[in-house]
Design a protein around this ligand. Structure first.
Ligand code: ADP
Length: 619
């Protein structure tokens, strides 16, 4: 698998893991976070509820302790004692009624009244009110039953006559060591209850049977938090605690949150609400004070917190995803760069390998070329050798021919001369001898030419006046010109040219050229030859032109080769132009041939111009 695909696969796997992790975290937050946050907010609510509860209990206790000892105090009053000793005395009754009303007003209590043994009320602070207790029998009330037994009584109940809820304190009236009656002190609780209204909590006070008798919520009044069993109902009936009020059960479901928080769900028509319940018993009164806090806000806050946490998780996931994606992109880019680099390196390696191959091929080629060159040189030297041998052969043939002819002639002339002398024909013999002499001259001439060809003359180069050389040349070639019936027109220009060279050899060259020209024009109509010289910059150009047939293009390149001749056997050696060419090259000049536009060959010698004319004859 390519590395890039592998990286992608790994990235995808990581992505899947990351998604699973985030989902797990979200689930954990949703489940444990909600529980945790709910617990935290319930803890907060609980501590708030505890404060409220403590305050409510303190207020209730304060209220009770304020009035607790008052019945005993009133019971000790003489007017009360006297009345109970003489219950039929109207005057005493009136005095007691007035007294009780007065004290009731002073103490801001609900009612104060005096009960005779047997339960009948004989004096009351509300004696003149519409719902006077006077004449009422309260023997069923526990506070009466306790007090008549000589104990302090206390009881909470709904007034059967007043139909007002109140807390009753009672004390026995002792006259002469005998219990002669009971004083009852009723405290109104409406003010305390009113202070509980409002706020986000509910305060309940329930009696030992679980019936709520104090609450800020009127609909919960006289409702039972505990199931209303027959026992409970019977006990309540006996004391007529709640007079004729209708008792009912509150639809309560109890539950708990963890080990610490007690919850209670109260169903009401249309909806059910859950409350956090905090209880504190008040054993001295037989009550249970409860504070109910609606858990709705705690749940809402917990949900908000969880939502915020999930949002944070979402943001973190998003940031993580962006980070991962960037990292992946970076990795991909780096991967691409690496692969591009690898590709480049691969190409470089390939190219290097190609180059190395080409290099090796070149080396092989060079070696082959060297071998070929070596072979070529060998072949060339072989050829030169062969050429030399061929030239030697040619020259030998030419020489033997050149020399054999005159030698044969010399032999013939000599033999003839001997016979002629024998016959005394001296004149003819003389003629033969002179012919032998001229033949010897010819052979000497050939020999001289060959010598020149073979040996480099030791003539020194210097300034040579062309005029003198031309003059000598014409003298030498005079016989040849005469034989060919040719004429030479000399034109050396306005200033006699002086060239750098050797006079003897230059003369030899000119002799060759003029002789060749004479050969070319022999027998033709125009037998004129022109010898001219012109200065061109630092050079002097000497031309020898004839009016012959010119040089055919086919042989133009070869006429300077040694032994090249078109002349018949015995006439040309083919050495003249070759020797001339070498002489001019020795002078540092040039010898070239061209055909004149008007016909005839034109040989041009180019030599360096010199200043001082020095005639030298050092040959
Ligand atoms: P040779 O004169 O002995 O043949 P050269 O080397 O002097 O040897 O000349 C070589 C050849 O060049 C001649 O055979 C001739 O064919 C040709 N040649 C030389 N000069 C002339 C000329 N002026 N006109 C025509 N052909 C010429």
């Amino acid at each position: 698998m390519p590395r890039k695909d592998l990286t992608k696969l790994l990235f995808k796997r990581r992505l899947v893991w990351a998604v699973l992790l985030v989902l797990a975290a979200a689930a954990a937050i949703a489940v444990y976070g909600t529980a945790f946050a709910t617990r935290a907010y319930l803890d907060q609510a609980s501590s708030r509820g505890q404060t409220t509860l403590r305050l409510a209990v303190a207020v209730l206790r304060g209220q009770m302790s304020r009035y607790q000892s008052l019945p005993a105090l009133i019971a000790d009053h003489d007017d009360i004692k006297e009345l109970l000793a003489n219950p039929a005395d109207e005057g005493l009754r009136t005095r007691a009624n007035v007294y009780l009303k007065e004290i009731n007003g002073l103490l801001a209590s609900s009612d104060i009244y005096v009960i005779m043994p047997g339960g009948e009320t004989i004096a009351a602070s509300n004696y003149d009110g519409p719902a006077s207790f006077v004449g009422e029998n309260f023997n069923y009330r526990p506070y009466y039953q306790d007090a008549i037994k000589g104990e302090q009584g206390r009881f909470f109940a709904l007034g059967t006559t007043s139909l007002k809820r109140g807390y009753y304190f009672s004390a026995p009236v002792t006259v002469g060591g005998r219990i002669s009656g009971v004083v009852v002190f009723k405290v109104d609780i409406d003010a305390i209850e009113a202070s509980w209204k409002g706020g986000d909590y509910e305060i309940l006070v329930s009696d030992p049977e679980g019936i709520i008798f104090m609450t800020g919520r009127p609909e919960w009044l006289y409702a039972g938090l505990l199931p209303l069993t027959a026992d409970r109902l019977a006990r309540t009936e006996t004391s007529r605690r709640y007079a004729n009020a209708t008792l009912r059960e509150l639809p309560v479901t109890r539950s708990s949150f963890g080990d610490t928080h007690q919850l209670m769900t109260i169903a009401s028509p249309g909806a059910a609400r859950e409350y956090l319940v905090l209880d504190e018993p008040m054993p001295e009164a037989g009550w249970t004070v409860s504070v109910l806090l609606d858990t709705g806000s705690a749940h809402a806050q917990a949900l908000t917190s969880v939502a915020a946490a999930l949002l944070l998780l979402g943001l973190a996931t998003l940031a993580g995803a962006i980070f991962l994606q960037r990292r992946a992109r970076l990795a991909e880019r780096m991967e691409m760069q690496a692969s591009a680099r690898a590709e480049l390196e691969h190409r470089v390696e390939e190219r290097t390998a190609d180059l190395a191959l080409v290099n090796r091929q070149l080396e092989t080629e060079v070696t082959e070329r060297r071998a070929t060159e070596k072979q070529l040189r060998q072949t060339q030297s072989d050829l030169i050798q062969a050429g030399k041998l061929a030239a030697l052969g040619q020259m030998s043939a030419a020489l033997s021919h050149e020399f054999n002819q005159p030698l044969t002639a010399v032999k013939t002339y000599a033999d003839n001369a001997a016979i002629l002398i024998e016959r005394n024909r001296i004149e003819e013999a003389k003629d033969n001898v002179s012919r032998i002499s001229s033949l010897a001259d010819r052979m000497a001439s050939i020999s001289r030419h060959l010598r020149n060809f073979a040996r480099k003359p030791n003539e020194k180069l210097g300034a040579v006046a062309l005029a003198g050389v031309v003059k000598d040349t014409l003298e030498i070639v005079a016989w040849r010109l005469k034989a060919a019936k040719a004429t030479v027109a000399v034109d050396l220009g306005p200033t006699p040219p002086i060239v750098r060279g050797g006079s003897i050899r230059l003369q030899q060259v000119l002799v060759n050229l003029i002789s060749n020209a004479a050969d070319a024009i022999e027998g033709l109509a125009d037998r004129s030859i022109e010898l001219s010289a012109r200065r061109k910059g630092g050079k002097i150009a000497i031309t020898v032109r004839d009016h012959g047939p010119g040089i055919p293009a086919a042989i133009a390149e070869r006429i300077f080769d040694p032994f090249f001749t078109t002349k018949g056997v015995g006439k040309g050696l083919g050495l003249g132009l070759s020797i001339s060419y070498n002489i001019i090259k020795d002078f540092g000049g040039d010898l070239a041939v061209s055909n004149h536009p008007d016909g005839g060959a034109e040989f041009t010698i180019t030599l360096d111009a010199a200043r001082v004319p020095v005639r030298e004859a050092a040959e």
